[in-house]
Ligand binder design. Sequence first.
Ligand SMILES: [Zn+2]
Ligand SMILES: [Zn+2]
Length: 517
Amino acid sequence: MYESWNVQPPSIPERSRLYQLEPIGLGTPSVESLISYVSRLAEAYCVPTGLLIVNEIAPLMKAEYTFGDKEGGLDRIFANQTRALNGMGNWSKSLVQALESLTLRTNLRSLTMLPWAEVIPQKSLLKPTRAWCPNCYGDSQIAEQPLYEPLLWSFSCVEVCLHHQQPLHSLCPTCQKPNRPLAWLSRPGYCSKCREWLGSYRKLEAAQSWEITESAWAWHAWVANNIGDLTASASREPITPSREAIALTLAGYARTLFEGNISAFSRWLGLGRVQTHRWVTGESAPELKTLLKICFRLEVPLLKIFNQAIANTCLAKEAKQPLEQTKVASSSSLNLQVEEVSKQIRQMKAALTEDPPPSLAKVAERLGYRRTTTLYYYASDMCHAISAKHTEYQKVVELKNIRCALEAVIANDVCPPPSLQKVAQSISTSVHTLKKHFPELCCSISSRYASYLSECRVKRIQLLKEEIRQVAAKLEDQGIEPTASRVSLYLNKPRSILQKEAKAALKEVRYELGWGK
Ligand SMILES: [Zn+2]
Ligand SMILES: [Zn+2]
């Protein structure tokens, strides 16, 4: 019996020193930031975030980081530069390592910008203070979901919440103070200075009262969407292109669009010529915001530029050439682009023979552009031709619609019939346009209205005559002479006695009553 006992000690998996808290939103544009992760970890232990860092984490980051539980410890370690913890430098690297060894998690790099360290310059990348969307906090609270801060909010150039279409906030509504990205009392959803709630439960409509022009919103949305794509792909351990490969790709665009004329390219981008030259030659790398501006103008998503750059590198490797000499890479990618452009031009030509002729905006949309500017750069003549044809067509359609409307007005025998002015208003055009294109129809509408008016006049005069007759008879009964001024006092419209027909009627009555001479 004893032989069947297993006397081997059971294998116990390695225990982590801190909770294996799961990061929120991995692989999505709203992935949590590393600072948010640390704050939530501290919240789980019900200790101030600073205390957790100073006691547990900092000593693993560097042996000298031993400041006990003093609040000043955080400042002595990070010297007011805590934003770097979400970034791509040594601090975020060592914080990731420390946290991974404490929690035994393996994917915490993707809560920072570390995966993009090779390709995006660090300068001005992250905000110096904390930013948040109060409604996102409010919604999470109502839905009883954990409060956290997306990495997206910490980027300098992300200024809006796409979900709530409002600007991110950076001042506490209670104490009116900004928060550092990481502070002793950092806690998602709460001010690290006064500890008050930063969220809002306002209805979405109230938040939408924020006024922003369409073009400004297009830019903000482009930035947030593209950075969201970037942070979402971080968890898939992205292959990143080198900065030289990106320079080469930009140079490819300058060649395709402007035959390599950097001045023209920089003017089109709305960026400095000298700077553009440095980016295109790889002397320096554009900051994220600038790179996004370039992508926005090219209407090419940031990740697509990265992929094109990677493709360039692969082609260069196949050709066993250093990247600087990638004639093969650049010319074949150039060929690809030229091919794509000529395919688009063929489609534009086809649009010219379409019936009904489409608008240029429609053609641009079909080719995957939000605006028509790029098409104008490729083939301005064709664009003008497409526009002209569509305008011509629209005019014909419009006139046809107007004719139908006029014919309907004539066929409809309503009383009172409308004047030409009224008809023009009702179909949102001018009397001038109507008379110019449809003189006969206008004539028939006008004459019908004129005869209606004269009928009205006859009736009105008849009524006036009767009224005068009655008033005069009444005055006569009272023994008062029915003079024009006396009669007028009793009329509905006293001034109507001045009319020629009224005078004649009064004269007639006076004669009948024996007052006339
Ligand atoms: Zn929001
Ligand atoms: Zn506050």
